[in-house]
Write a protein that binds this ligand. Structure first.
Ligand code: PXP
Length: 237
């Protein structure tokens, strides 16, 4: 069964819109777990636009499932991550002007920096995943960096509309996923997955985990977060 990581950043985005106390991503993580989340995922951005340091520290103390912290390859947030020690970190690219994470981490060009960051986390016994575009060269560079996990960026797939484009993107994910499996890397998918498009990638071989945020939090507005997570879990079963 595919493990579901629920990304609660979007709950913090609503809170930050008013700068107050609600909704609280810590409470949301608890609700997500009651709905069957297998992991809680948050992104501590350098600009702190949604998740705050306080959220991360409280989540570290309260979540019952593994905590997956997304972060940029940047000394400031790496130091925080090493202090908080989540079960897993996912290294992602970050550009301040982007609305959300737009492309995968370019491990091919940034291998030295990724390798150095990976070594620091590995020494602290924190598992390292790299969020990369579904390209065999990126998967190979991920393996060279010492990371043990990759999360293939499904954003292009999620944006594809014409059936031939969708088929092309699914094939890219299949190929990159097969390469990751051959190299002994744990395989995850994430970004832009929703209650419809997930049906087209849930049967890809070797996928062990999906990290999903926006669609689940959006559905939670209507049905509540616990139920929204339950529904996604049913689709992955
Ligand atoms: N995985 C990674 C690495 C991400 O950066 C994000 C977005 O924060 C997600 C998964 C979740 O994407 P979405 O909110 O589109 O489901």
């Amino acid at each position: 069964m595919i493990r579901l990581g629920v990304n609660v950043d979007h709950v913090a985005t609503i809170r930050q819109a008013r700068g107050g106390r609600e909704p609280d991503p810590v409470t949301a993580a608890h609700e997500a777990e009651l709905g069957g989340a297998d992991q809680i995922t948050v992104h501590l951005r350098e600009d702190r636009r949604h998740i705050q340091d306080r959220d991360l520290r409280l989540l570290r103390q309260t979540v019952q499932t593994p905590l997956n912290l997304e972060l940029a390859v940047s000394d400031e947030v790496i130091a925080i991550a090493l202090d908080v020690r989540p079960e897993q970190v996912t290294l992602v690219p970050e550009r301040r002007e982007e609305v959300t994470t737009e492309g995968g981490l370019d491990v091919v060009s940034g291998l030295a920096a990724v390798r150095a960051a990976t070594a620091r986390f590995t020494a602290a016994r924190v598992a390292v995943s790299l969020f990369i575009d579904p390209e065999p060269a990126q998967v190979e560079a991920a393996r060279e960096s010492g990371a043990t996990h990759v999360e293939l960026h499904t954003g292009q797939f999620a944006l594809a509309r014409r059936p031939d484009e969708v088929a092309h993107e699914v094939e890219r994910l299949r190929r990159a996923g097969a390469r990751a499996h051959d190299l002994g890397l744990h395989l995850a998918l994430g970004h832009g997955l929703d209650y419809r498009n997930v049906l087209q990638v849930r049967d890809l071989p070797h996928v062990a985990e999906m990290n999903i945020g926006h669609s689940i939090v959006s559905r939670a507005v209507y049905v509540g977060l616990r139920e929204a997570v339950r529904e996604m879990k049913r689709l992955l079963a």
